[in-house]
Design a binder for this molecule. Structure first.
Ligand SMILES: Nc1ncnc2c1ncn2[C@@H]1O[C@H](COP(=O)(O)OP(=O)(O)O)[C@@H](O)[C@H]1O
Ligand SMILES: [Mg+2]
Length: 237
């Protein structure tokens, strides 16, 4: 079975894409044949008649591969909506089978697969099928990307509990966007508190860095930050 990881967030906008791209670049640099995918990507824009997700373009850039967006992002959705909202409001079909067809192709192409989630783990793809179901069915261990500040203890523990309740292997969590110069008491205490209460591994703290600018696609910088701040040994174990 292909080795891989599923990267979820405690929420949207926490840095899943940045972490996934950084990990993909860093793992590729260690000689792995790495693939990336985003099972459902919304808020995509039309370029020359094709729907392209910025997230997916960024992920593909991290491993310098230009395969078909239909495989890397089997459900690319134009409105910036959660998948089920897009299917209910705009009649856009969301079929998990399409995701698994692409997943199978990716597993054949690569030895190591990084899958970026959508929002948090209870985001529904359909009324009866959530991201948590998807993670379980893909059989990949989970990494949770969390915010540094107030609120993150609750969100991270909820995510860990839900995943474990479903028998998903939680590899650990990553705090992203820590501003070490401005960190208050919450930011300083939170990583250890989450670690202590959950018993899960803190896989690293990525600093807030203005160089991490998705518009300018500074991939080398993200990979360098990943190498420096995340525990790749532990992540690949
Ligand atoms: N460590 C960081 N330092 C600075 N900006 C960051 C960092 N991580 C993420 N960002 C920025 O925050 C935004 C959200 O990150 P993204 O990876 O797209 O989140 P998600 O995939 O969880 O929605 C992006 O604009 C990204 O450039
Ligand atoms: Mg993203």
């Amino acid at each position: 079975m292909t080795k891989g990881l599923f990267i979820t967030g405690t929420d949207t906008d926490v840095g899943k894409t940045v972490v996934t791209a950084g990990l993909a670049g860093a793992i590729k640099a260690r000689g792995f044949n790495v693939g990336v995918m985003k099972p459902a990507a919304s808020g995509a824009a039309r370029h020359a008649g094709r729907l392209i997700s910025n997230d997916v373009a960024f992920l593909l850039k991290s491993i310098n591969i230009q395969y078909d967006h239909n495989i890397a992002a089997p459900l690319t959705i134009e409105p910036p909506l959660a998948p089920l909202a897009a299917s209910m409001l705009e009649n856009i079909p969301v079929e998990p089978e399409k995701i698994f067809k692409a997943f199978d192709i990716m597993r054949q192409k690569h030895d190591f697969l990084l899958v970026e989630g959508i929002g948090g783990i209870l985001v529904p793809l359909t009324e009866v099928y959530s991201i948590a179901d998807l993670i379980k069915d893909m059989g990949l261990p989970l990494i949770i990307v969390a915010r540094p500040g107030i609120g993150t203890i609750n969100h991270t523990l909820l995510t860990i509990n839900e995943a474990e309740k479903r028998g998903i292997e939680v590899k650990g969590f990553i705090i992203n966007g820590m501003d070490f110069n401005q960190a208050g008491d919450a930011e300083k205490a939170n990583p250890e508190i989450i670690k202590k209460i959950s018993g899960k591994t803190l896989l690293g703290i990525l600093p807030f860095d203005p160089k991490v600018n998705m518009e300018k696609l500074v991939m080398g910088d993200i990979v360098e930050l990943t190498e420096k701040h995340l525990d790749l040994e532990q992540i690949l174990r």
